[in-house]
Design a binder for this molecule. Structure first.
Ligand code: HEC
Ligand code: HEC
Length: 468
């Protein structure tokens, strides 16, 4: 009760501050007034650029919200175990990661083992999700959707991923060279029947950065619909569209995931499918029905709804790092070139959140996320990115070649936060240049405009990206 009163008082305050938000002075940690172009997410902008930059609460997270944020943060990071401890247990019997934070280290993108150990590795924890399906899109009865390459003691992992790359070296018109890696996947050590490679489709995803999760959940869907209608630039071959999916029995717009295949922050799915922790939305173990589980006791619900709501609150309330070096001449030049190369037609610099903000699973309202001007550098729409990136995997309306424009906010801090510069849905790009040079299909014009720039101009674009 106390909590609700507190919230409504705050929203009154917010309403009055909101009207004059543009004149509201937001102070940086240093005490200086923030410049408008530094504010990535309005009042949720945080002013840190260290390895913890993605993992800070927004400034409005106080009192009881802060307590729940801290609880959610711990539930997100603490390694789960296979025992039946109600707080930390319930993992497995098979799983892909032992905590959310194992794959999303510091609320970021844990370095995948693809390039270092060539796939899952024997003992390594890989941090990626491997989706397997028949060529016709159906799932394998004994395996389900995700290949769980880890397991608790006494149980076999479902299989291991191995990857090899073919490398092709190319050159820009000005002679500078770059090279692109095409991945080839194989599953080894199937726990049960081997699946014929002719009938197997494998698609690999590295984790996404958790920058702007609350803002993504508070997006103004009318604005997105308008963008989908208008984001049609035949002269550049660009036309984005929204993904629609059925979740919790409702046909709705998808925003999260690499194919915008989810409508929420996938808390229950993450616990169930990625970690093997059952919950009220997914009460069955992911390996339920597998031959090796016959006769094994199933433990019922392994994480409470209350705990998952705290994780949801934690993700919604993370601040978005401010833009850095906004006055640097090269960064400014790079920003201009970003527009000239038409990157902004998909990586939309500015969007707005709906007035009421976000509402959590249990009804907790987060009005601070409402009516904000935000700079995600994404339209959250699907685009055909060409055959090179086609994974033959359909998610809702998204076809194999279609991907959600990855939001670029925070991208410049990925190396500091996670210690690597692997990009794209499957981490095949080893740096920003390779990520851009993989753009094809609707991204072809942009790629060519970028390729035709001088070396200095390309470097300026990268410097601009690194200021996000
Ligand atoms: C095994 C590693 C792994 C674990 C464990 C994991 N994730 Fe993820 N997460 C991923 C990958 C990979 C993706 C990208 C999936 C895709 O697009 O298909 C992702 C995507 C997401 C997204 C979408 C972000 C966006 O920008 O749209 C959210 C939210 C998320 N995870 C939350 C969680 C939460 C909460 C947990 C814990 C309950 C969790 N994840 C556990 C690997 C993991
Ligand atoms: C047609 C829409 C479109 C255009 C135009 C476009 N992009 Fe993208 N961009 C995407 C999509 C979709 C992805 C995700 C592809 C994937 O993961 O396979 C992406 C991914 C990226 C990534 C990797 C992000 C990450 O964290 O993995 C970078 C960097 C990037 N784009 C930069 C640019 C730049 C710079 C330009 C202009 C030269 C540009 N893009 C033009 C749609 C576009």
């Amino acid at each position: 009760m106390k909590f609700i009163i507190q919230l409504s008082l705050l929203s009154v305050c917010l309403f009055s501050c909101e009207k004059g938000l543009d004149d509201t002075l937001i102070l940086k940690t240093s005490g200086e007034v923030a410049k408008p172009e530094e504010l990535s997410a309005g009042i949720s902008t945080t002013f840190m650029s260290s390895s913890k930059a993605y993992d800070q609460p927004a400034s409005w997270v106080e009192d009881e919200l802060l307590t729940r944020f801290t609880t959610g943060d711990a539930l997100y990071d603490d390694a789960r175990t296979g025992d039946d401890d109600p707080y930390t247990g319930g993992m497995g019997p098979v799983y892909a990661g032992y905590s959310c934070g194992a794959c999303h280290k510091n609320a970021g993108r844990t370095e995948p083992t693809l390039h270092t150990v060539g796939g899952s590795g024997k003992y390594n924890f890989s941090s990626m999700l491997v989706y397997i399906s028949r060529k016709n899109g159906a799932f394998f009865r004994d395996y389900g959707r995700v290949l769980h390459d880890q397991s608790i003691y006494g149980v076999e992992p479902e299989g291991k991923l191995s990857v090899t790359y073919t490398e092709e070296t190319k050159s820009f018109p000005d002679g500078e060279t770059y090279s692109l890696l095409t991945p080839h996947y194989k599953i080894t050590e199937w726990y049960a029947d081997s699946i014929r490679p002719e009938d197997l489709n494998i698609t690999v995803r590295i984790p996404l950065r958790h920058v702007g999760m609350g803002q993504m959940m508070a997006l103004d869907h009318d604005e997105l619909k308008k963008l989908a209608e208008q984001s049609n630039y035949p002269q550049y071959g660009i036309s984005g569209r929204l993904n629609y999916i059925t979740e919790r029995g409702v046909y709705q717009i998808g925003v999260s995931g690499n194919k915008a295949q989810h409508a929420d922050l996938t808390i229950e799915l993450g616990f169930s499918s990625d970690m093997g922790v059952t919950n009220d939305r997914y009460p069955f173990e992911v390996c339920f029905g597998q031959v090796q589980m016959m006769g094994m006791a199933m433990n019922g619900i392994q994480i409470t709804t209350r705990d998952m709501e705290d994780v949801d609150l934690y993700l919604h309330s993370l601040g978005v790092p401010y833009r850095r070096n906004v006055n640097d001449e090269t960064v400014k030049k790079g920003e201009e070139l970003f527009y000239q190369a038409k990157c902004h037609l998909c990586h939309t610099p500015t969007l707005h959140t709906r007035p009421r903000g976000a509402v959590l699973l249990n009804g907790t309202k987060l009005p601070w996320l409402g009516s904000q001007t935000i700079h995600p550098y994404s339209d959250y729409l699907l685009h055909d990115m060409g055959i090179g990136l086609d994974d033959q995997y359909v998610s809702g309306l998204a076809q194999g070649c279609e991907w959600r424009t990855t939001p670029l906010w925070g991208i410049g801090l990925q190396e500091k936060v996670n210690g690597h510069t692997y990009f794209l849905h499957d981490g095949r790009a080893r740096n920003l240049t390779e990520a851009i040079m993989w753009h094809d299909g609707e991204g072809q014009v942009s790629r060519e405009l970028f390729a035709r720039m001088s070396k200095e101009e390309r470097a300026a674009v990268l410097k601009f990206l690194n200021s996000l």
